[in-house]
Structures are given as C-alpha cells and as structure tokens.
Ligand binder design. Sequence first.
Ligand SMILES: [Zn+2]
Length: 69
Amino acid sequence: MPQATAAVPAALPQIPVSDLAPWAIFSALLAAVVLFFVGAEQGAFSVLEGTLVHEWVHDARHVMGYPCH
Ligand SMILES: [Zn+2]
C-alpha cells in the first residue's frame, strides 16, 4: 500500500515590479477605456456617433448602476 506523502508547496515565482509596471499601466488604461464606453459614451461625451456603442454596453451600464433612461 502506497504511503501518503505531504505535498511540498511550490515556490512562488518572483516577478520584479519593474516588469509588472508596463502591464499594470496598460491594464489601467484599458479599464479606463472600457469604463468610459460603459459609463459615459452617450450624449455630450459621445465619441462615436449614434447609439450602437450604447446598445452594446447597455446591460453592463445597468449592472454597474450608471443612469441610463
Ligand atoms: Zn438603459
């Protein structure tokens, strides 16, 4: 009968902050763009003409509590 062995925890990789910074900045910018299109892409702040973008993000807009209609 095989004996149970204790699992050895794997060492976590060490990632320098300088390697993470560009990805953190990129992620923050991407999140800001998404947040803009979900929350403010309408009316006076509209970048794209029409209601197509608004219709695409309409459900997310309501889930996040932005005023809509
Ligand atoms: Zn709505």
